[in-house]
Design a binder for this molecule. Structure first.
Ligand code: URA
Ligand code: URA
Length: 254
C-alpha cells in the first residue's frame, strides 16, 4: 500500500456517521464553544466544571464576569445568526428533526424567554412554544400585559430530541453558541429561563429550580429570572402562583 492510501479499516472509519466522524463533529462543536467562551470572557464556575469532569487546568478559576456591552458584542444581527446556523448538521438531532426551531418574536425585545428544546408540535411547525405548554406561555405573556410579538421566544436546543428526552451535553455544546449570539444580537433587558434545564444550562449550576426561581441572576451581564417551565405548570397547577410572582418581578424591572 502506498503512503497516503487508505486501507479498508481507515476508509470505514472516516465514512460519515461512523463514531470517528461523530467524534470529529463533537471536537468541532466543542472547539467552537470554547473559542466563544474565551471570546466572551465567559465565566464558568470551576465547581460546575469539576462536576462535569472537565479538565481543570483548561480554565482558570472563573474571573469576575465583565458585563457585555457594545464593545464586546459581535456585530451580528439575528438574521446573521440564523444564516450561520443554516441547515445545521452540527449534532445528531439533525437526523431526526423535521424542522429546526430557531426562535421568533421581536428583534428588539426587552424580554426573552428561553425554554428547553422543541417538542413534537414545535418540530412540526418550526416555531417555538406552540403546543400545550406554549399556549400556557402565551397566556402568561398576555397576563403580563404583553403580546407574543413583543417578546422573543427561543430554546437552548434548536432541534427536538427524540421522544423529548433530555438534551445531551454534546448537543448543548453544538447549539448553545447560537443561543449566546441570539441573545447578544437582541440584548434584552431581561431573560426569563423556563424550567430546570434552561436555568441550569444558562447559569452553569445544578441548584434546584425551586431555589433558583424568584430571584434575578446574571447571564452575560443581563438580569436572568429562572422560573418553572409551563409544561411543569400543566402538571402542577399549584405552582402557577409562584410563576406569577416571578413574572411580576420581571414586569417591575422592565
Ligand atoms: N417546551 C420547550 O421547552 N420549548 C418549546 O419550544 C416547547 C416546549
Ligand atoms: N422540573 C422541571 O423540569 N421544570 C420545572 O420548571 C420544575 C420542575
Amino acid at each position: 500500500m502506498q503512503k497516503g492510501e487508505m486501507n479498508g479499516m481507515e476508509r470505514a472509519l472516516i465514512q460519515a456517521d461512523t463514531p470517528r466522524e461523530e467524534l470529529r463533529r463533537m471536537v468541532v462543536a466543542l472547539r467552537s464553544r470554547l473559542q466563544l467562551d474565551v471570546a466572551l470572557n465567559r465565566a464558568i464556575p470551576a465547581s460546575y466544571l469539576r462536576k462535569q469532569g472537565a479538565v481543570k487546568r483548561f480554565y482558570a478559576p472563573a474571573p469576575q464576569r465583565i458585563p457585555v456591552d457594545a464593545a464586546d458584542r459581535p456585530e451580528q444581527t439575528l438574521a446573521d445568526v440564523r444564516e450561520e446556523l443554516g441547515d445545521c448538521r452540527r449534532c445528531p438531532l439533525c437526523k431526526t428533526r423535521n424542522n429546526l426551531v430557531f426562535g421568533e418574536g421581536n428583534l428588539h425585545a426587552g424580554l426573552v424567554f428561553v425554554g428547553e428544546a422543541p417538542g413534537a408540535d414545535e418540530d412540526r411547525q418550526g416555531r417555538p412554544f406552540v403546543g400545550k405548554a406554549g399556549q400556557l406561555l402565551t397566556r402568561i405573556i398576555v397576563a403580563m400585559g404583553l403580546q407574543r410579538q413583543d417578546v422573543y421566544i427561543c430554546n437552548i436546543l434548536k432541534c427536538r430530541p427524540p421522544d423529548n428526552r433530555n438534551p445531551r451535553p454534546e448537543e448543548i455544546a453544538a447549539c448553545e453558541p447560537f443561543l449566546i449570539r441570539q441573545l447578544q444580537a437582541i440584548r434584552p433587558k431581561i431573560i426569563c429561563a423556563l424550567g430546570t434545564f434552561s436555568a441550569h444550562t444558562l447559569l452553569k449550576t445544578d441548584v434546584p429550580i425551586s431555589l433558583l426561581r424568584g430571584k434575578f441572576h446574571r447571564y452575560q451581564g443581563i438580569p436572568l429570572m429562572p422560573t418553572y417551565h409551563p409544561a411543569y405548570l400543566l402538571r402542577n397547577p399549584g405552582a402557577k402562583r409562584q410563576v406569577w410572582e416571578d413574572v411580576q418581578k420581571i414586569m417591575k424591572a422592565l
